[in-house]
Design a protein around this ligand. Sequence first.
Ligand SMILES: *[C@@H]1O[C@H](CO)[C@@H](O)[C@H](O)[C@H]1NC(C)=O
Ligand SMILES: *[C@@H]1O[C@H](CO)[C@@H](O)[C@H](O)[C@H]1NC(C)=O
Ligand SMILES: *[C@@H]1O[C@H](CO)[C@@H](O)[C@H](O)[C@H]1NC(C)=O
Ligand SMILES: *[C@@H]1O[C@H](CO)[C@@H](O)[C@H](O)[C@H]1NC(C)=O
Ligand SMILES: *[C@@H]1O[C@H](CO)[C@@H](O)[C@H](O)[C@H]1NC(C)=O
Length: 439
Amino acid sequence: MTAFFISLLFLLSGTAAHVINPNHHPKCLVPNRVSTSTIPLFHVHSPCSAFRPPDSLSWEHTVLELQAQDNLRLEQLTRTRPTAKKSVVPLAPGRQIIQSPTYIARVQIGTPAQVMLMAIDTSNDMAWVPCLACVGCSSPVVFDNSKSSTFASLGCQAAQCQQAPTSTCSGSSCIFNMTYGGSSLAASLSQDVLTVATDAITGYTFGCIQKATGTSLPPQGLLGLGRGSLSLPSQSQNLYQSTFSYCLPSPKSTNFSGSLRLGPVGQPKRIKSTPLLKNPVRPSLYYVNLLGIRVGSKVVNIPASALAFNTTNGGGTIFDSGTVYTRLVAPAYAAVRDEFRRRMRNANVTSLGGFDTCYTVPIAAPTMTLIFEGMNVTLPAENLLIHSTAGSITCLAMAGAPDNVNSVVNVIASMQQQNHRVLIDVPNSRLGVARETCS
Ligand SMILES: *[C@@H]1O[C@H](CO)[C@@H](O)[C@H](O)[C@H]1NC(C)=O
Ligand SMILES: *[C@@H]1O[C@H](CO)[C@@H](O)[C@H](O)[C@H]1NC(C)=O
Ligand SMILES: *[C@@H]1O[C@H](CO)[C@@H](O)[C@H](O)[C@H]1NC(C)=O
Ligand SMILES: *[C@@H]1O[C@H](CO)[C@@H](O)[C@H](O)[C@H]1NC(C)=O
Ligand SMILES: *[C@@H]1O[C@H](CO)[C@@H](O)[C@H](O)[C@H]1NC(C)=O
């Protein structure tokens, strides 16, 4: 009888539910999957996350850390070509908490399967996980490749070695080196079975991290969902036809209805959509055509060049799951912000870190409509404003893009996508958006 119960418990914990972090919240029992090919997503700061920063950190600290991390991310996303000199971004000293993009999915790697809680990233292609012998990895949970019967290292001759970022040969194995946020990693290019929800993808190419520096790598690895050849949508094309959707829950949510749904089956049938564009300057990113922005009832005056899709300089607008707060190029942000402030009448404006439109009195914010080609998305206040826990300050949760030569990309970030289903449909070249409560 006891043996029966133990095996039943084992069965339950192995297949039906998985506790992310029992120390944080009694409700944090997570289903493995919502249905076939759908896996739950949770925010890295959610009360259920094993990666939640200490509660002692203030709201301002967390918000400003996230925004600082956005700056590094934008610098990397908008870099045209990685250069050896610029590839290591200096870190602020004394940064203790691990800041990583921002939504985590539970997947399994190897045979027998090892569970990894990997960050998803729609603007990067590669997957990588900390491996057993990693120097400088922060996670106690690492992938033990020696225990997987299906694991293989890829040699320098493998076609994937040419597609991986800045790859080199070490002996006969293919090593690649890349920066991510303020960190850098060196990984050996490898293959193993990747299991997402109930689907096993054999021979999945990913990086087995051998060495890491800095503290901004997601501790249990990254799963790239970008457009490039080594991303999950590309490597699982036979299974999922480069089609997926996601709904990002709020960071405060203990309700695990955030999800990543892979493949054309089960996607919303009627969803408003805009053409999905491919920009050869930044081939990993999901571009769309943003035509204008309405604040309340007024379409603000943004110079067309600030929004133009441009295949020469990489300009345009992307959807990104890893940037937290939407960034608009300077003239676009100025126009939006000025109209927003105008609608706040006489309220005094103050700033908080990189947010320049904050109020210490209660405000009634206007809605904002993103006008895409063929699709308008109206964002309610919950997608526009951040409030301090004490309620003493409220800020418009957007900012101008960092001021450099590459700042030609507008980024629709995760805070503005929360509680929406975003559908990426590469074969039909469309990106769909629908309101969906998943917090
Ligand atoms: C990646 O390469 C750069 C430049 O060669 C080097 O400085 C850095 O230490 C490498 N990163 C790792 C984690 O090995
Ligand atoms: C959790 O999400 C479901 C589905 O969206 C919703 O019906 C339910 O009310 C939510 N529960 C809480 C406690 O927010
Ligand atoms: C694209 O950007 C280039 C370089 O900034 C510029 O010369 C060109 O006019 C732009 N093209 C369009 C269609 O805006
Ligand atoms: C704005 O700030 C100024 C200076 O602190 C103060 O005199 C004024 O009353 C404030 N206005 C409002 C509407 O709160
Ligand atoms: C989006 O909003 C703009 C400005 O209000 C309007 O002109 C346009 O027709 C709308 N487009 C769609 C697809 O609803």
